[in-house]
Write a protein that binds this ligand. Structure first.
Ligand code: GH3
Ligand code: MG
Ligand code: MG
Ligand code: MG
Length: 313
């Protein structure tokens, strides 16, 4: 599989000897590569920043700043660190070769070089670079897809808030935290009053809008660590981590009055609703969230029995 076209690849050649630059430019040009030249380290760095070449052929021994320093500076910049750097040096010294690799070079060739070998290595390093980029892109796409799927699996389609599945996962984590660290933890079970009547009077679409409107009001009354989700139909749960029942009652009452005091206009109709809330707090001995939900459900049942639009614990 062809990973790149030479004409799309810009190669920067750096050498303080003009003759070397010309030879290199000719060889690469014949092969179809785009070439840019620099005759010292500063010029090389300036060219790397401005042109962002696909590969660099770098001389080692140059006056002012040498190839090793140029290589190090490029490698320090995360945006440039992926550009393969091949050293082309007259030095056969083992120490130079080791230093070059230490500074981040991908290859080291000695002058005089074999043209065929040089081109083969250039091609190989470009292929490696493009396969790395391809792999990175694929990985990013996969991560985005997983995030999308996670969101779909955890949210309620109508309202965009968490769904029952996710609520239960978070709730179990919170129960464990409460058991381990003796944190307080409270749960609110919210149910819209006489919601069937809203549907019967205004239609199911208006009912849906009312549910969305109601969830927005609840969100506006919560803090960041609170977890709010749709438990089913027109029943909602709020998990309040590190919150005792006194505080939970205040939150619940704030939500209840906010909803009572606002109305929503849907399809030219003014609709007002009220809600009932059952509150329960974590008890020592609550092994799973079920027992807490059960107590909140009993409290909610009482709230309904006592005339609705109220908070009961
Ligand atoms: P109560 O005060 O006792 O809670 O009375 P209620 O009418 O709210 O209770 P009930 O459980 O009898 O009715 C709930 C209604 O909520 C019935 C169902 O059709 C409606 N409902 C559940 N989910 C949705 C939804 O997503 N959209 C709409 N529009 N209605 C829904
Ligand atoms: Mg030199
Ligand atoms: Mg209801
Ligand atoms: Mg209900």
């Amino acid at each position: 599989m062809k990973l790149f076209n030479p004409e799309d690849c810009l190669i920067l050649v750096v050498d303080d000897v003009k003759m070397n630059l010309q030879i290199m430019a000719n060889i690469l040009d014949k092969e179809g590569y785009e070439v840019t030249l620099a005759s010292n380290g500063y010029q090389a760095l300036e060219r790397v920043y401005s042109a962002q070449p696909d590969l660099i052929l770098l001389d080692l021994m140059m006056p002012e700043i040498n190839g090793l320093e140029v290589c190090e500076k490029i490698q320090c910049n995360p945006e440039l660190a992926d550009i393969p750097i091949i050293f082309l040096s007259a030095s056969q010294e083992q120490d130079h070769l080791l230093k070059a690799f230490e500074k981040g070079a991908v290859d080291y060739l000695t002058k005089p070089f074999n043209t065929g070998e040089l081109l083969a290595r250039v091609k190989m390093h470009l292929e490696l670079k493009y396969s790395r980029q391809k792999l990175k892109k694929l990985l990013e796409e996969q991560v985005a897809l997983v995030q999308q799927l996670e969101k779909l699996a955890n949210t309620d389609t109508l309202t965009g808030i968490w769904n029952r599945r996710y609520l239960l996962i978070v709730a179990e984590q919170e129960i464990k935290r409460s058991q381990r660290y003796n944190f307080s933890f409270s749960v609110l079970l919210i149910d819209i009053d006489k919601f069937k009547k809203i549907n019967d009077t205004y239609g199911h679409n208006v009912g849906d809008e009312v549910i969305i409107f109601m969830t927005q009001i609840v969100i506006n009354n919560l803090r960041k660590p609170d977890c709010f989700g749709r438990f089913g139909g027109e029943e909602f749960v709020v998990l309040l981590p590190e919150t005792d029942t006194d505080e939970a009652l205040i939150v619940a009452e704030r939500i209840r009055t906010s909803i009572q005091n606002q109305s929503i206009t849907v399809e030219d109709k003014q609709v007002s609703i009220t809600i009932s809330i059952g509150v329960s707090g974590y008890h020592l001995g609550d092994k799973t969230i079920d027992t807490m939900i059960q107590r909140a459900d009993q409290a909610l049942y009482q709230a309904k029995n006592q005339g609705r639009n109220r908070v009961i614990i």
